[in-house]
Design a protein. Structure first.
Length: 132
């Protein structure tokens, strides 16, 4: 009797990760009751690697978010701190027009300088559905 082991393939990611860079052109740095617009103070850069195992796509993003110090009228000078993160994601193709996607973000926030702020909260991505 011959028992054949299952064919185990290495889980490798794309050979050429996709890089990105983005900025928030305008953001409201004030509280919900005040408006304190700042321009181009937050930048985000990172790499995304993906692996497709039909009908599943695995993705892993590593990134760095730089937030420059800003002046907020009600709080004075504030430095929100920079953010380093890792974000795994899983997508499932239901059919040729619909896919379901979900993931979460694990990160490290540098110590912010300025008035005390509420602690960051863990916010997983809500499952999303895309269709054409």
């Amino acid at each position: 009797m011959i028992i054949q082991a299952p064919n185990l393939r290495k889980l490798y990611f794309s050979r050429c990760p996709l890089g990105f860079i983005e900025t928030a052109l305008i953001e409201n740095a004030g509280s919900s009751n005040t408006e304190a617009l700042v321009y181009g103070k937050t930048w985000n850069v990172g790499l995304t690697a993906y692996r497709s195992i039909d009908p599943v796509v695995l993705a892993l993003t590593a990134g760095y978010s730089y937030t420059a110090p800003r002046t907020v009228k009600s709080q004075g000078n504030v430095d929100p701190g920079d953010f380093l993160y890792l974000e795994p994601n899983l997508s499932f193709a239901v059919n040729d027009q619909v896919s379901l996607s979900g993931g979460f973000r694990i990160g490290h926030l540098d110590k912010a300088k300025g008035p005390p702020a509420p602690p960051p909260t863990f916010a997983p991505h809500a499952p999303t559905c895309y269709w054409a």
